[in-house]
Design a protein around this ligand. Structure first.
Ligand code: TRP
Length: 361
């Protein structure tokens, strides 16, 4: 069976380093591994509208931001197809048919939907489109017969719901859909990167994110303002590693060779942590080290972004041709789906013959 990747992001803001280590970096590695037959990366603008119905401008303005983030992170348009969800009507049509296979109570139990309803204060009045977006996401994934979905941990319930829809569809009609697997980062620390303020989630609305597009000095300022151990007041005080964002980020980004380059007094992260725990190691020194590590990771991304920003007409063509190519694939799946459901009347000689025979002509 062909190995096919489909994944995507809502264009509600620029992508941050949480997106990067949680999914984007892995997509690039998978892309460059040559192990996959097709890779589709979706800018999920229709999904973004399910909780931004009153703010289409925000979604529209972020299409190019997300496209630039993809390209700067290393998504190669010769190897991966970037597409815009709303421009593929077949996805909406699939959603309408899949909706018949899903119960209201099942959607209510979806943990991601549940927590997002809380986060957005939707409890009293949940938009139907928002409530049903897991079904639309199942369409995104199955339209491309994706086998693998590299995504963050928060997407696991979406994948579970998709697999249920696939099984139900294949059982009820005919085995035309493919059950996808999620692909999470190997390292646990990469699965949920906290905000620079120590809050569990990095997000635009909380103002605690480091963006891939942030200039060098902005990254440095954010690192220097990071939440550490509130009881580590003097350099000589013993410090705590747990919940200390600077160390959490070092767990994510630091490699042994960074010590030789930027902090040769220590040979690895464990030594640094031990010193911090003992006392005698100041936050500023650790933050400066983290800044050097982060800048090294982000510099090539920033550099590619500057280049792509000069080539916006080309980016628009990448999006246009990617979307056109993807639309054909989604149309082929939709045709399979309609055939399986026996609602492909004009393409079904049996249906035509039956009608003629029934009425004797
Ligand atoms: N729900 C994803 C997010 O919020 C975006 C998304 C839309 C997606 N369709 C997808 C992710 C299909 C993986 C596969 O980031």
């Amino acid at each position: 069976m062909a190995k096919i990747i489909l994944t995507g992001d809502r264009p509600t803001g620029q992508l941050h380093i949480g997106h990067y280590v949680g999914s984007l970096k892995r997509r690039v590695e998978m892309q460059n591994s040559g192990e996959f037959d097709k890779i589709y990366i979706m800018i999920a603008d229709a999904q973004a509208l399910t909780d931004n119905a009153d703010n289409p401008k925000k979604v529209r303005d972020n299409i190019m931001e997300v496209a630039l983030d993809y390209l700067s992170a290393g998504i190669d348009p010769d190897k991966s197809t970037i597409l815009i969800q709303s421009q593929i009507p077949e996805l909406t049509e699939l959603t309408f048919y899949y909706a018949n296979l899903v119960t209201v109570s099942r959607l209510q139990r979806n943990p991601t939907v549940k927590s997002e309803i809380q986060m957005r204060n939707f409890e009293a009045s949940i938009p139907v489109g928002f409530f049903t977006y897991p079904i639309s996401q199942a369409s995104d994934i199955t339209a491309f017969k994706a086998t693998t979905v590299p995504a963050g941990e928060d997407q696991e319930p979406m994948l579970e719901q998709t697999r249920e829809i696939v099984r139900k569809f294949n059982q009820t009609y005919a085995p035309v859909l493919v059950e996808p697997e999620i692909s999470l980062p190997d390292a646990q620390v990469c699965r949920r990167v906290p905000g620079i303020d120590g809050k569990a989630k990095m997000s635009k609305s909380l103002g605690n994110a480091i963006y891939l597009a942030d200039p060098e000095d902005v990254v440095r300022k954010k690192v220097m303002s990071m939440y550490t151990d509130p009881n580590h007041l003097k350099v000589s005080d013993p410090g705590q590693i747990e919940g200390n964002v600077v160390f959490t980020y070092l767990d994510v980004f630091c490699k042994p060779e960074h010590f030789a380059s930027f902090l040769p007094d220590y040979s690895n992260l464990d030594e640094l942590k031990d010193h911090y725990r003992r006392g005698g190691l100041g936050d500023v020194k650790v933050k400066k080290f983290l800044n050097a590590v982060l800048q090294e990771e982000l510099a090539p991304i920033r550099e590619r972004r500057h280049q792509w920003e000069q080539r916006v007409p080309e980016v628009i063509e990448i999006l246009r041709t990617g979307t056109e190519e993807a639309q054909k694939v989604a149309a082929a799946t939709l045709a399979d789906v309609k055939q399986a459901m026996k609602i492909d009347y004009f393409d079904d000689p049996t249906w035509i013959t039956e009608q003629k025979e029934k009425y004797g002509n």
